[in-house]
Design a protein around this ligand. Structure first.
Ligand SMILES: C[S@@+](CC[C@H](N)C(=O)[O-])C[C@H]1O[C@@H](n2cnc3c(N)ncnc32)[C@H](O)[C@@H]1O
Length: 219
């Protein structure tokens, strides 16, 4: 497994015992040692704008880390579940969420079933955290979790990287990964990215292919 390349504040990467970003121990060790250079410590304007534009959306946030976005949504009474498979990430998120701690669960994205049908799955620094070999599983699981018409939207780290995490993805490769299941609705540059993502982060909105089910007629 390649060396992790997320640099710290001063550009250095500490020595870690775990090397496999597909294992929860990898992320657990980094959260335990307070090494989270991907952490925005708040929500980005593009997230806020999208959330405001989709006020009724029930949101699932996989690989949530400190779950800033879940907190933003929960504080506004929105339906949200955030999951992470690293116990120390979940503990950190729950501590910050206070009264809303229950919206964060310790779970593996590939096997988790949310308590609601998500209208929107929010992506941030999750795909780029996964080993490249996991990408087909990521796309399949996203497709399985979202009904026709539902959205996969968030920040994607574009551009191939020789090693990682973060593992950037070439734009053509991302399209080939998602287009069997999704149609791209929007593609925007991102302002205010952290140094590790700057210039290579795009806000993408993908819609699950297929015809949405007709609403129930209660009468
Ligand atoms: C780079 S961090 C990003 C955290 C957060 N999304 C953010 O933007 O700050 C990636 C997170 O994904 C989590 N993760 C990786 N694989 C996972 C899986 N299969 N299921 C759930 N969480 C996973 C890790 O534990 C880690 O917290």
């Amino acid at each position: 497994m390649s060396e992790p390349t997320f640099p710290g504040q001063s550009g250095e990467v500490p020595e870690f015992e775990t090397r496999d970003p597909g294992a929860r121990e990898f992320w657990d060790e980094r959260f335990e040692r307070g090494f989270t250079p991907w952490d925005q410590a708040g929500v980005q304007p593009a997230f806020e704008a999208f959330a405001v534009a989709h006020p009724a959306a029930a949101v699932l946030i996989p690989g949530c880390g400190n779950a800033w976005e879940a907190r933003w949504l929960a504080e506004r009474g929105r339906a949200v579940r955030a999951i992470d498979f690293a116990p120390s990430a979940v503990a950190s998120a729950r501590a910050a969420l206070g009264n809303f701690a229950d919206v964060v669960e310790e779970a593996d994205f590939y096997t988790y079933t949310p308590p609601f049908a998500p209208d929107w799955i929010f992506e941030r620094a999750f795909l780029c955290a996964l080993p490249k070999a996991h990408r087909p599983r990521y796309a399949q699981r996203m497709a399985a979790l979202l009904a026709p018409g539902a959205l996969l939207a968030g920040f994607f780290f574009i551009g191939d990287t020789p090693k990682g995490p973060p593992f950037g993805i070439a734009r053509g490769e991302l399209d080939a990964l998602l287009m069997p299941y999704f149609t791209l609705l929007d593609d925007q540059p991102v302002e205010g990215s952290l140094p590790v993502f700057v210039g290579r982060e795009r806000w993408l909105t993908w819609q699950r292919n297929g015809t949405p089910a007709a609403p129930h007629n209660a009468g």
